[in-house]
Write a protein that binds this ligand. Structure first.
Ligand code: FCB
Length: 456
């Protein structure tokens, strides 16, 4: 399987998951600092206080990327480093860190892909309502402009939000993520305000000269249990309706407004039943529909559902009444997530048909396994086979016409896996948190060879 000539190979991380240095150089507090320091919220009481200490070790980490011959590195900027309280002038020391990182990357021949929001909202904004409050969207656009002002001369590729579904529905719906609120109406409002922030920021970035703007979503094919292993399996009418509704809530809720300037009926109905639609103001959808160049897809596993008459909505899925979330008949990763590689090609082909106006990029894909270091090596054969299986499907999707520009593995380093803390390792590079020693896992060495050959 040969990949297109300009296919972009890379890896991704996020600020709170790797940086540490949470009190340094004027960084303000984020909702993840507050949440992780609240007993019972994160496994083993883990926090991002030190994480991979990337803030101090970024040069060595870029050295690893160079060794792996990455063409692109997707990282996120911590908003509270730039605006400690979420508004007002930029903190120069915070910008300076990303400035140094970008220079280091460019010197190594690696293109920086900057994500502006990977969930670390300034705590001060949460205290004013967080994403439930419309004003946060405007604050986000101001912050985006400050970052662009400093890095825009060297950064070509910008992502506004990472996974607004997760930020809204795990943050404000089931409360598994920061800020840990559990209110379906708040979750619906947050989703809209995140989109509004995306649209406002996209326009600002464009005005400032950004060349490539993307929105990153967690998407997945929504399948019935039978369709997991048999793509041709025909769903009953009731099951097909459940599938369509969940697809609307997961993917179309974000991509239809961003790319067509409208909400799916199913989403408006869900909002109507959960707090109403009054927060969607005239003109918002036009703002959200700001032109973008790429959609980033984070894919880990399919979403499996069937009709479940009489079931209440899941807390993370307002609007999912009468739907049963089902298990997939497939092997799982250490997260318990089913491994269904061809879910990725099914997804990419569908999205490129539904949204032909944008290019696609896999901005995250990877797996957690219980890795062990033996004699200085990590033989993570299960991760190699996971990546190999998914890359094969990336190739198939391209063959089937998907306009796919690149693939970024999640993650470069083992890191703070949100509510799961450090016990889940997603890296292709192993991190010993006690010593901060990095070891290239077998998967990293394998990935390096795939990149060098540009084929599988
Ligand atoms: C995604 C997140 C990323 C990482 C992976 C495993 O939802 O964007 O930060 O935690 O899951």
């Amino acid at each position: 399987m040969i990949f297109p000539e300009n296919f972009v190979w890379g890896a991704a991380t996020a600020s709170y998951q790797i940086e540490g240095a949470v009190k340094e150089d004027g960084r303000g507090q984020s909702i993840w600092d507050t949440f992780s320091h609240t007993p019972g919220k994160v496994a083993d009481g883990d926090t991002g206080d030190v994480a991979c200490d990337h803030y101090h070790r970024y040069q060595d980490d870029v050295g690893l990327m160079r060794e792996l011959r990455l063409a692109a590195y997707r990282f996120s900027v911590a908003w509270p480093r730039i605006q400690p309280d979420g508004s007002g002038p930029a903190n120069p020391a915070g910008l300076a860190f990303y400035d140094r990182l970008v220079d280091e990357l460019l010197e190594a021949g690696i293109a920086p892909y900057v994500t502006l929001y990977h969930w670390d909202l300034p705590q001060a904004l949460e205290e004013r309502g967080g994403w439930v409050d419309r004003d946060t969207a405007y604050r986000f656009a101001d912050y985006a402009a400050l970052v662009h002002e400093r890095l825009g001369d060297r950064v070509r590729d910008w992502a506004t939000l990472n996974e607004p579904w997760v930020a809204a529905f795990l943050g404000y719906g089931n409360g598994v993520h920061a800020p840990g609120r559990k209110n379906p109406a708040h979750a619906m409002r947050s989703a809209h305000h995140l989109l509004l922030g995306h649209g406002l920021a996209a326009s600002r970035l464009r005005e400032l000269g950004a060349q490539s703007i993307m929105l990153v979503v967690n998407s997945a094919p929504v399948l019935t249990p039978a369709q997991v292993n048999d793509p041709q399996a025909v769903a009953s009418e009731a099951d097909a309706a459940a599938v369509d509704r969940i697809h609307a809530l997961l993917t179309r809720q974000f991509l239809d407004p961003a790319l067509y300037g409208r909400y799916p009926e199913e989403v408006l109905a869900a909002a109507a039943r959960n707090g109403g639609t009054g927060h969607i103001q005239d003109g918002d959808l036009k703002i959200i529909n700001a032109p973008i160049d790429l959609v980033g897809i984070n894919y880990y596993n399919p979403c499996v559902v069937q009709a479940g008459p009489g079931r209440p909505a899941d807390a993370a899925w307002p609007g999912s009444e009468d739907v049963e979330f089902a298990a997939a008949d497939a092997p799982t990763t250490a997260m318990g997530w089913p491994i269904v590689p061809d879910g990725l090609s099914r997804l990419l082909v569908r999205l490129s048909q539904d949204y032909p106006q944008v290019g696609l990029m896999v901005t995250e894909n990877g797996a957690a396994f219980d890795d062990v270091v033996e004699d200085g090596r990590v033989h993570d054969a299960d991760r190699v086979s996971f990546l190999q299986g998914h890359l094969r499907e990336v190739g198939r999707a391209i063959e089937q016409g998907a306009d796919l520009r690149g693939y970024l593995v999640w993650s470069l380093l083992d890191n703070f896996e949100w509510a799961e803390g450090y016990r889940r390792r997603f890296g292709i590079v192993h991190v010993d948190y006690a010593t901060q020693t990095r070891v290239l896992k077998d998967s990293a060495l394998w990935y390096r060879d795939v990149i060098a050959a540009n084929h599988l």
